[in-house]
Design a protein around this ligand. Structure first.
Ligand code: ADP
Ligand code: MG
Length: 238
């Protein structure tokens, strides 16, 4: 687990500034939803926290340590995407353990981590299957398993459910909530779905055109939206 702090973070692609001076504090173990319309900078912000994208200025600190110059692996973060590309020729267990294998973990350690994650995600009976023999929801759970086995300090989710149908999305949403209650890993969850944000998050950060419009609990945002943009986005009666 870990706290995350963004201090005056900016990002520009050439002359296009897409993140304007964002400061944020995320507490250890919190589940944060980062919401906002398409193109507002959600993925860019997440990728900068992950270390997949350089920041133009400012600082990102994890557990109080500035990580600007650290690689994703050194930051000990795990990302879950919407396109979860599992290796088709590998079993579920092999898919989940593959990154650990690359990192040189001992075989017995990989096995126990995979089994533990499988128990948490209700995948134990499926460990010997290939991705083609799984449903969409099961594949998404394997993708989460792949992140969990690394026991990261932070989970970063980038619209992980947006490729699933509505019914499955609701089910996976509650599975993610249960998982967070079990592991309590600090999580930053990007979504453009306000219901997902309202049901999952301890705190919601509303982003618009690279700026934070408001930060608060779901109830605070619903009851006291800071402006019309937040009100419209959250769907509050303001
Ligand atoms: P979101 O995830 O909220 O939909 P993104 O973070 O993907 O938004 O994008 C924010 C803005 O940055 C958009 O205007 C997008 O076109 C631009 N952008 C994202 N990645 C790049 C890139 N590699 N080069 C140039 N512009 C980019
Ligand atoms: Mg995005």
């Amino acid at each position: 687990m870990a706290s995350v702090e963004l201090r005056n973070v900016r990002k520009a692609y050439a002359s296009l500034e897409v993140i304007h001076d964002i400061s944020l504090a995320i507490e250890d173990g919190q589940f944060i939803a980062l919401v906002g319309p398409s193109g507002c900078g959600k993925s860019t912000l997440l990728r900068m926290i992950a270390g997949l994208e350089e920041i133009s200025s400012g600082e990102i600190a994890i557990d109080g340590m500035v990580v600007n110059n650290l690689t994703p692996r050194e930051r000990n973060v795990a990302m879950v995407f919407q396109s979860y590309a599992l290796y088709p020729h590998m079993t579920v267990a092999e898919n989940m353990g593959f990154n650990l294998k690359l990192s040189g973990f001992p075989k017995a350690d990989i096995e126990s981590r995979v089994n533990e994650a499988a128990r948490m995600l209700d995948l134990t009976a499926l460990l010997g299957r290939k991705p083609a023999q799984l449903s969409g929801g099961q594949r998404q759970r394997v993708a989460m398993g792949r992140a969990i086995v690394r026991d990261p300090a932070i989970f970063l989710f980038d619209e992980p459910l947006s490729n699933l149908d509505a019914k499955l999305r609701v089910q996976m949403r509650s599975e993610i909530k249960t998982l967070h209650q079990k592991v309590k890993t600090t999580s930053i969850y990007v979504t453009h779905d306000q219901i997902e944000a309202m049901t999952l998050a301890d705190k919601i950060v509303v982003l618009n055109q690279g700026k934070v419009e408001q930060t608060g609990t779901p109830l605070q945002l619903y009851k006291r939206p800071a402006n019309l943009f937040v009100a419209a986005f959250i769907g509050s009666p303001a």
